[in-house]
Design a protein around this ligand. Structure first.
Ligand code: CUA
Length: 146
Protein backbone atom coordinates (compact mmCIF):
# COMPACT_ATOMS: atom_id res chain seq x y z
CA UNK A 1 0.00 0.00 0.00
CA UNK A 2 2.94 2.31 0.65
CA UNK A 3 4.16 1.68 -2.90
CA UNK A 4 0.65 2.35 -4.29
CA UNK A 5 0.50 5.63 -2.32
CA UNK A 6 3.95 6.64 -3.50
CA UNK A 7 3.21 5.89 -7.17
CA UNK A 8 -0.09 7.83 -6.99
CA UNK A 9 1.70 10.81 -5.44
CA UNK A 10 4.33 10.81 -8.19
CA UNK A 11 1.58 10.56 -10.85
CA UNK A 12 -0.22 13.58 -9.35
CA UNK A 13 3.00 15.60 -9.26
CA UNK A 14 3.70 14.77 -12.92
CA UNK A 15 0.17 15.86 -13.96
CA UNK A 16 0.57 19.07 -11.95
CA UNK A 17 3.97 19.79 -13.53
CA UNK A 18 2.65 19.19 -17.07
CA UNK A 19 -0.28 21.55 -16.45
CA UNK A 20 1.82 24.26 -14.83
CA UNK A 21 4.82 24.31 -17.15
CA UNK A 22 3.80 22.95 -20.52
CA UNK A 23 0.14 23.98 -20.80
CA UNK A 24 0.83 27.22 -18.93
CA UNK A 25 -1.55 28.09 -16.11
CA UNK A 26 -2.37 31.77 -16.12
CA UNK A 27 -4.99 33.95 -14.49
CA UNK A 28 -7.80 35.03 -16.86
CA UNK A 29 -6.59 37.79 -19.15
CA UNK A 30 -8.43 39.40 -22.07
CA UNK A 31 -5.40 41.27 -23.38
CA UNK A 32 -1.83 40.27 -24.00
CA UNK A 33 0.59 40.44 -21.15
CA UNK A 34 1.44 43.90 -19.86
CA UNK A 35 4.91 44.65 -18.55
CA UNK A 36 4.32 46.08 -15.04
CA UNK A 37 6.89 48.88 -15.50
CA UNK A 38 5.22 49.86 -18.81
CA UNK A 39 1.59 50.05 -17.59
CA UNK A 40 1.53 53.86 -17.84
CA UNK A 41 2.58 53.66 -21.50
CA UNK A 42 0.33 50.72 -22.45
CA UNK A 43 -3.21 51.20 -23.80
CA UNK A 44 -5.80 51.30 -22.34
CA UNK A 45 -4.02 51.96 -19.02
CA UNK A 46 -2.20 55.03 -20.37
CA UNK A 47 -5.56 56.81 -20.07
CA UNK A 48 -7.27 55.46 -16.92
CA UNK A 49 -10.98 56.10 -16.53
CA UNK A 50 -14.40 55.46 -17.99
CA UNK A 51 -14.82 54.70 -21.70
CA UNK A 52 -18.31 54.54 -23.26
CA UNK A 53 -18.82 51.27 -25.16
CA UNK A 54 -22.54 51.35 -25.94
CA UNK A 55 -26.00 52.19 -24.58
CA UNK A 56 -25.21 52.55 -20.84
CA UNK A 57 -22.23 50.22 -21.24
CA UNK A 58 -18.78 51.28 -20.15
CA UNK A 59 -15.24 50.05 -19.68
CA UNK A 60 -13.45 51.34 -16.60
CA UNK A 61 -9.71 50.99 -17.06
CA UNK A 62 -8.19 51.20 -13.62
CA UNK A 63 -4.55 50.25 -13.03
CA UNK A 64 -3.64 49.09 -9.51
CA UNK A 65 -0.44 50.12 -7.72
CA UNK A 66 1.05 50.49 -4.26
CA UNK A 67 -1.04 52.02 -2.78
CA UNK A 68 -4.03 53.04 -4.82
CA UNK A 69 -5.95 52.90 -8.08
CA UNK A 70 -6.19 55.34 -10.96
CA UNK A 71 -8.43 57.26 -11.07
CA UNK A 72 -8.87 57.62 -7.29
CA UNK A 73 -12.47 58.76 -7.79
CA UNK A 74 -14.85 58.01 -10.66
CA UNK A 75 -18.45 59.02 -11.37
CA UNK A 76 -20.58 56.26 -12.95
CA UNK A 77 -24.06 56.78 -14.44
CA UNK A 78 -26.86 54.96 -12.57
CA UNK A 79 -27.85 51.69 -14.25
CA UNK A 80 -24.57 51.41 -16.16
CA UNK A 81 -23.03 48.04 -16.99
CA UNK A 82 -19.35 48.52 -16.23
CA UNK A 83 -16.47 46.23 -17.17
CA UNK A 84 -13.58 46.89 -14.82
CA UNK A 85 -10.18 46.22 -16.34
CA UNK A 86 -7.08 46.28 -14.19
CA UNK A 87 -3.46 45.25 -14.04
CA UNK A 88 -0.70 45.86 -11.51
CA UNK A 89 2.22 48.24 -11.86
CA UNK A 90 4.16 46.45 -9.11
CA UNK A 91 3.08 43.64 -6.76
CA UNK A 92 -0.03 41.47 -6.33
CA UNK A 93 -3.09 43.48 -5.27
CA UNK A 94 -6.78 42.86 -4.76
CA UNK A 95 -9.66 44.63 -6.50
CA UNK A 96 -12.94 44.22 -4.66
CA UNK A 97 -16.10 46.33 -4.64
CA UNK A 98 -18.23 45.34 -1.62
CA UNK A 99 -21.93 45.06 -2.47
CA UNK A 100 -21.19 43.86 -6.03
CA UNK A 101 -19.86 40.70 -7.69
CA UNK A 102 -16.49 42.34 -8.38
CA UNK A 103 -13.66 40.62 -6.51
CA UNK A 104 -10.45 40.09 -8.45
CA UNK A 105 -6.84 39.31 -7.81
CA UNK A 106 -4.50 41.68 -9.63
CA UNK A 107 -1.40 39.82 -10.79
CA UNK A 108 1.52 41.78 -12.29
CA UNK A 109 1.84 41.11 -16.03
CA UNK A 110 -1.80 40.08 -16.46
CA UNK A 111 -5.01 41.95 -17.21
CA UNK A 112 -8.07 40.97 -15.21
CA UNK A 113 -11.66 42.00 -15.87
CA UNK A 114 -15.01 41.83 -14.10
CA UNK A 115 -18.39 43.17 -15.18
CA UNK A 116 -21.15 44.47 -12.95
CA UNK A 117 -24.27 46.61 -13.28
CA UNK A 118 -24.87 49.46 -10.86
CA UNK A 119 -28.60 49.51 -10.14
CA UNK A 120 -28.38 51.45 -6.86
CA UNK A 121 -27.13 55.01 -6.54
CA UNK A 122 -24.56 55.83 -3.92
CA UNK A 123 -20.88 55.62 -3.10
CA UNK A 124 -18.94 52.40 -3.59
CA UNK A 125 -15.39 51.64 -2.54
CA UNK A 126 -12.79 49.76 -4.52
CA UNK A 127 -10.59 48.09 -1.92
CA UNK A 128 -7.48 45.96 -1.96
CA UNK A 129 -7.96 42.61 -0.25
CA UNK A 130 -4.49 41.17 -0.84
CA UNK A 131 -1.79 42.24 1.60
CA UNK A 132 0.60 44.26 -0.58
CA UNK A 133 2.80 46.23 1.77
CA UNK A 134 2.93 48.94 4.44
CA UNK A 135 0.17 51.03 2.82
CA UNK A 136 -2.20 48.15 2.08
CA UNK A 137 -4.88 49.40 4.49
CA UNK A 138 -4.99 52.75 2.68
CA UNK A 139 -5.33 51.31 -0.82
CA UNK A 140 -8.75 52.26 -2.13
CA UNK A 141 -10.69 54.26 -4.70
CA UNK A 142 -14.18 55.76 -4.67
CA UNK A 143 -16.97 55.19 -7.19
CA UNK A 144 -19.92 57.57 -7.16
CA UNK A 145 -23.01 56.15 -8.88
CA UNK A 146 -25.62 58.80 -9.74
CU1 CUA B 1 -2.80 46.56 -2.65
CU2 CUA B 1 -3.19 45.52 -0.53
Amino acid sequence: WLIFGGVTLVAFIIVLAINAFSHGHHPPSDLNRVVPAMVDQTAPFDQPGLVKKGENKYDLNMPSFAFGYAPAEQVIPLGAEVTFRTTSKDVIHGFAIPGTNVNMMVVPGHVNTATTTFTKAGEYMVICNEYCGAGHHMMMAKLVVK
